[in-house]
Design a protein around this ligand. Structure first.
Ligand SMILES: NC(=O)c1ccc[n+]([C@@H]2O[C@H](COP(=O)([O-])OP(=O)(O)OC[C@H]3O[C@@H](n4cnc5c(N)ncnc54)[C@H](OP(=O)(O)O)[C@@H]3O)[C@@H](O)[C@H]2O)c1
Length: 227
């Protein structure tokens, strides 16, 4: 729902269009618009709101509407990508079975799966599958929505002389994810990006990994098990 503002930001930034990072000019289709024809229209509508020639990354927001609807939506995204309106297409909150049904339909696999991933919710079977199949994992809620009250986070932030948010972003990067830390404050956006001058040791990564609670670690919404 921020397509117009995002498009204006990209247009006004002065950054060359082809240099815009693919995760920046991104949007999603939401379930009321799933289906072949409605997806075609939805992409055109997004493009009009964003005011750019093409969108870098376009995702199906979740697998919730059933197999046929998912596949019809995916076919329409492939079509719009082939027409040059989308640069990269992917999915979000898709479990292994949802991606496998795309393969079984002999369609190309998504380039990206955007998932909830942080130390409490690591979605390991999906992560392993996506890594094996060359699907980029975008990690949403990488800051656990600010739930920083864990002594291990405090200890590691102190040890590496960084903030807890930076330790969490770094954990995500070191796992090969593409984390999406959100902040509405400029100084935190800078802080969350300032993570390239330190490295968490393998031992400390393993201690953070041990915090995984599986499905129970999801913050509020976990549609990965729908049929
Ligand atoms: N695909 C999906 O289904 C799905 C679902 C949920 C989210 N997402 C995406 O993932 C992105 C991130 O998710 P999210 O916003 O839910 O969770 P998040 O990034 O884990 O946490 C954001 C929260 O952390 C705070 N924060 C940010 N930087 C901080 C810092 N350096 N120190 C302390 N607190 C900090 C923010 O507050 P301030 O804003 O006040 O700084 C905000 O309350 C969103 O932009 C969204 O697009 C996708």
């Amino acid at each position: 729902m921020n397509e117009a503002a995002m498009g204006k930001a990209v247009r006004d930034s002065g950054v060359k269009r082809e240099e815009v990072l693919s995760s920046l000019a991104a949007s999603k289709i939401w379930y009321p618009d799933y289906g072949y024809e409605s997806t075609l229209l939805c992409v055109d509508d997004s493009l009009e709101k964003i005011g750019l020639e093409y969108i870098d990354l376009y995702l199906i927001h979740s697998p919730e509407t059933g197999k046929q609807s998912r596949l019809d939506t995916w076919r329409a995204l492939i079509e719009q990508r082939n027409r040059g309106k989308l640069r990269t297409i992917g999915v979000s909150n898709f479990n292994v079975k949802h991606i496998e049904e795309i393969r079984e339909a002999c369609l190309e696999l998504p380039a990206v799966n955007q998932m909830e991933i942080h130390p409490y919710c690591q979605n390991r079977p999906i992560v392993e599958y996506c890594k094996k199949n060359g699907i980029v994992l975008q990690a949403y809620c990488p800051l656990i929505r600010g739930q920083f009250d864990n002594p291990l986070f405090v200890e590691l932030a102190d040890k590496y002389k960084k903030t807890i948010a930076q330790v969490l972003v770094r954990w995500s990067l070191q796992h090969g994810f593409s984390p999406l830390p959100k902040s509405s404050r400029a100084h935190r956006i800078k802080e969350n990006a300032d993570v390239h001058d330190f490295e968490i040791s393998d031992e400390d990564i393993a201690r953070l990994d041990a915090l995984d609670k599986g499905d129970d670690g999801a913050l509020e919404w976990n549609p990965i098990h729908v049929d």
